[in-house]
Design a binder for this molecule. Structure first.
Ligand code: PLP
Length: 373
């Protein structure tokens, strides 16, 4: 049996007609840059995310970059974030000339630990970027409290978490900005690169909208220097055609995760040092990834690969130990929870179309590999 980590062809087969019609309509209109398709997509996604404004951008990375630009964050400023994330989270901070400051994660959820954020705040701190890692929201209530008491901007990196909820709030709608990604492997993926900034603040939305087109709020008048950060109409059409299916897909991911829990829970309970399953502590985890922590990860991963099972390591090197950030002065051992997660984490297939028999197969091979350690 072959079980890939992700199979996008299965999803495409189920919605092919709708997507082809949506793409054909854009092609017939010959309106590829911004315009009505992008606006309709912005309205639909912002509404879904529980926000008044959506600004389609060229990627999740550019969503982070443009929100930092909109706040005028730059050299001399510090931004507190998690070291256990995709590179873009901290890379965007460095790209505007600011300094990323890393707060260690909570070992249960792998999300940034709010208590450690507070300890990182200095007079130079301007913003906090919590990441909703693997599809589960970070603890936003204490993060917003810390931010409010220090006058900080909160930019949610919700690239992996569209549709996740906690306490009646949706990922991306709690902070001052939410950054979404439509990278193909995300829960709502387009056919290339794409992303969106969502916000409830009209002033912030206007600033981001201008920065997306070279800082041009009025035609050929540049109040600030922006860039070309536009979402294109073909990608917007794909996103809009897929959006009505998103809740069903996320429910299927959640059901797959629950199945793994039933198949592996007893083993994890008996052998906590060999296997740790993801913990759900929020109302709706959307499982962009199903990440377990295993002893002897490389060996276990080889056993799974030999059995035809695709896995991935998110993330092998925490951000504070990346070569490009060596000038920040962090050393191995500084952020032990992130370093431990980076050593043990292994993502298993969890995509919505994954059949139950395959989940059973993956769980069986994993149990056998771990029992043989
Ligand atoms: C995917 C991702 C991004 C970047 O999104 P792109 O669309 O690939 O640029 C940022 N942060 C996190 C946590 C991500 O998973």
């Amino acid at each position: 049996m072959k079980v890939p980590l992700l199979d996008l062809t299965a999803q495409y087969a189920s919605i092919r007609g709708d997507i082809e019609d949506a793409l054909a309509a854009v092609v017939a209109s010959q309106r590829f840059i911004l315009g009505p398709e992008v606006e309709a997509c912005e309205e639909a996604v912002a509404d879904y995310a529980g926000c008044r404004h959506g600004i389609g951008v060229s990627s999740g990375t550019d969503a982070l970059l443009v929100t930092l630009m909109a706040e005028g964050i730059g050299p001399g400023d510090e931004v507190v974030t998690t070291p256990y994330s995709f590179f873009a989270t901290a890379g965007s901070v460095a790209r505007v000339g600011a300094t990323p400051v890393f707060a260690d994660i909570d070992p249960v959820t792998l999300n940034v630990d709010p208590g450690r954020i507070a300890a990182c705040v200095t007079a130079r701190t301007r913003a906090v970027i919590p990441v909703h890692i693997f599809g589960q929201m970070a603890e936003m209530a204490p993060i917003m409290e810390i931010a409010e008491s220090h006058g900080l901007v909160v930019i949610e990196d919700a690239a992996q978490a569209i549709g996740a909820t906690h306490g009646g709030r949706r990922a991306g709608s709690v902070g001052h900005y939410g950054c979404l990604s439509f990278f193909p492997s995300k829960n709502l993926g387009c056919f290339g690169d794409g992303g969106m900034v969502v916000t409830n603040d009209a002033g912030r939305a206007n600033r981001v909208r201008a920065l997306r087109v070279h800082g041009e709020a009025v035609e050929y008048r540049h109040g600030v220097v922006g860039g070309n950060f536009r979402l294109d109409a073909l990608q917007a059409a794909v996103v809009r055609a897929k959006l009505p299916h998103l809740d069903g897909w996320s429910d299927a991911r959640r059901a797959n995760a629950a199945r793994y829990g039933r198949l592996l829970g007893d083993f994890a309970h008996e052998h906590p040092r060999r296997l740790r399953l993801p913990a759900t502590v929020t109302d709706r985890h959307v499982f962009n990834q199903y990440v377990v922590r295993v002893a002897n990860r490389d060996l276990v991963r080889e056993r799974l690969a030999a059995a035809g099972i695709g896995t991935a390591i998110y993330y092998p090197v925490p951000l504070h130990l990346q070569e490009c950030f060596s000038g920040l002065g962090y050393a191995a051992g500084d952020l032990p929870e992130s370093e431990r997660a980076a050593e043990l984490a292994l993502a298993l297939p969890v995509y919505p179309e994954l059949a139950d028999t395959r989940i059973e197969y993956v769980a069986g091979v994993l149990r056998a590999a771990l029992a043989g350690l």
